[in-house]
Design a protein around this ligand. Structure first.
Ligand SMILES: *[C@@H]1O[C@H](CO)[C@@H](O)[C@H](O)[C@H]1NC(C)=O
Ligand SMILES: *[C@@H]1O[C@H](CO)[C@@H](O)[C@H](O)[C@H]1NC(C)=O
Length: 447
């Protein structure tokens, strides 16, 4: 080969490989498992005709995995077809594998009768169901106290048939708090990847009191007007990594939480070390949210390379008096927002309370929040940063932010109060509370 061509080729290859090394991913957080033992749901009598109810098959297959342990765990294969089933529990050391064209569909709601749907105790950090007092309906697919569980495959679908639940919510006939589509509680080493989640009754993916959770290559779909169909809500959980996913739903795409008011404070379990990257989506609520339930604390959050279209709010950090807890060390960068009512909102008066026993003097701490490299088009209001009287939000850093829109020059593009921080290269120019200072150490373009 010609020497010159060789050099060019070598340069090209080294550029490619260094590029690959730069690509940061969630892999490594949860070790990948080869499941040598494989079973199919059809071995347990399941029929994927969209009519047969396969609850017995799912429960028998998972009973087999739980009680006849195989080295390395077991893969449960769901072939193409539509498998109706009542809710079921997962067990440790298993992979639920949905083939291309496989659909697992919630059956109890087909008859529009949810009276047989079992109830679970309230979460201790909530003290009650999130939307109704007392217990809550058990999640459609639940892992409680499990480890080493994978839900994956070839982009098969888990369909919650949520419209029955949404209607009950709209008509105010909902007896208890709606179920999540997939929930892990007190669990670790969880991977959810290459699955489509559709029409969840309530929040789609809810890891609560968990550690080491990876969610990647998922698609989450629910109508824009479906109530409270949050995409992914890491709740009092640590080491959660979410990446390369698409979410178009009816509430926050991703919301990091940790319980609320006196219950969340008493339980005291924070959400920490949460990474979100390369997520795209659309919702009338927020793209990346923290709170408003955050009484156990939220810290060490990194969200980057986020693309948002047709939004309510691009980025929303929300809390309230009575919440206690903290939101700190949050960095959100490289966000593109196209069409939103608000670009950035950080507010201390959002969300309701579990009951009237909350202490209004228990104030949350919000500090060390950095937002940088954010570009918005068609933004109605660029920003609102409103802290709490006697608990101002501090070290708020906005840098390299451009939020274009149709707002008139007369209205103030930024509304601020009870906030201290810094702004660098922010357009339109933010409020005077965020004093521009090149030497504010915590806030620089390079930070
Ligand atoms: C599923 O798990 C929950 C929580 O651990 C438990 O209360 C319930 O009885 C289990 N259901 C079945 C059918 O095993
Ligand atoms: C599944 O969907 C993801 C995107 O969410 C895509 O990257 C991947 O190639 C798809 N896999 C298959 C087997 O179709």
């Amino acid at each position: 080969m010609h020497k010159f061509t060789t050099i060019i080729l070598l340069l090209f290859i080294s550029a490619l490989s260094s590029g690959a090394q730069d690509e940061v991913t969630c892999s490594g957080i949860v070790p990948l498992k080869n499941r040598y033992d494989k079973i199919s749901i059809t071995d347990f009598g399941a029929v994927g005709d969209g009519k047969t109810v396969n609850t017995k098959a799912f429960r028998a297959a998972i009973f087999r995995i739980k009680h006849y342990k195989r080295r390395g765990g077991t893969l449960l294969y769901v072939p193409p077809g539509v498998y109706l089933t009542d809710r079921f529990n997962l067990t440790s050391h298993m992979t639920l594998y949905l083939a291309s064209g496989a659909v697992i569909k919630a059956s109890q709601v087909v008859s529009k009768d949810v009276s047989y749907w079992p109830l679970a105790d309230p979460l201790p950090s909530y003290g009650r169901g999130r939307e109704r007092e007392g217990g809550r309906y058990m999640s459609f697919i639940l892992g409680d106290g499990v480890r080493d569980v994978i839900i994956s495959g070839e982009n098969g679908t888990i369909d919650g048939q949520g419209d029955v639940w949404w209607d009950m919510w709209r008509q105010r006939t909902l007896p208890h708090t709606r179920p999540h589509l997939v929930e892990f509680m007190h669990s670790s080493d969880i991977i959810i990847s290459n699955v489509i989640f559709k029409n969840s009754p309530f929040w789609n993916i809810h890891p609560v009191y968990c550690s080491n959770v990876v969610v990647r290559y998922v698609t989450i779909l629910a109508p824009a007007d479906s109530p409270n169909t949050d995409g992914i809500d890491p709740d009092s959980s640590s080491n959660v990594c979410i990446e390369d996913s698409y979410i178009a739903n009816g509430d926050d795409m991703i919301a990091i939480k940790s319980g609320w008011d006196e219950y969340g404070v008493a339980y005291g379990r924070p959400s920490s070390d949460i990474t979100i990257r390369r997520v795209t989506g659309s919702t009338p609520f927020a793209g990346i949210a923290i709170g408003s339930e955050m009484s156990g604390g939220v810290q060490n959050v990194l969200a980057e390379h986020i693309n948002l279209f047709n939004m309510g709010v691009g980025i929303h950090i929300k809390t309230n008096v009575g919440r206690g807890g903290y939101i700190r060390n949050v960095t959100i960068s490289n966000v593109y927002i196209e069409k939103a009512r608000k670009g950035i909102k950080i507010a201390g008066n959002v969300g309701d309370h579990p009951d009237d026993k909350f202490n209004p003097n228990t104030l949350p701490v919000v500090q060390d929040i950095t937002m940088k490299s954010i570009w918005g088009e068609k933004i109605l209001q660029p920003g609102l940063v409103k802290g709490i009287k006697n608990a101002p939000f501090t070290n708020i850093c906005l840098s390299d932010i451009n939020l274009h829109g149709s707002y008139s020059a007369k209205t103030t593009p930024w509304q601020c109060s009870d906030v201290k921080g810094s702004a660098l290269k922010v357009s339109p120019w933010p409020c005077s509370e965020l004093i521009s200072s090149q030497d504010a150490g915590f806030c620089s373009i390079q930070a």
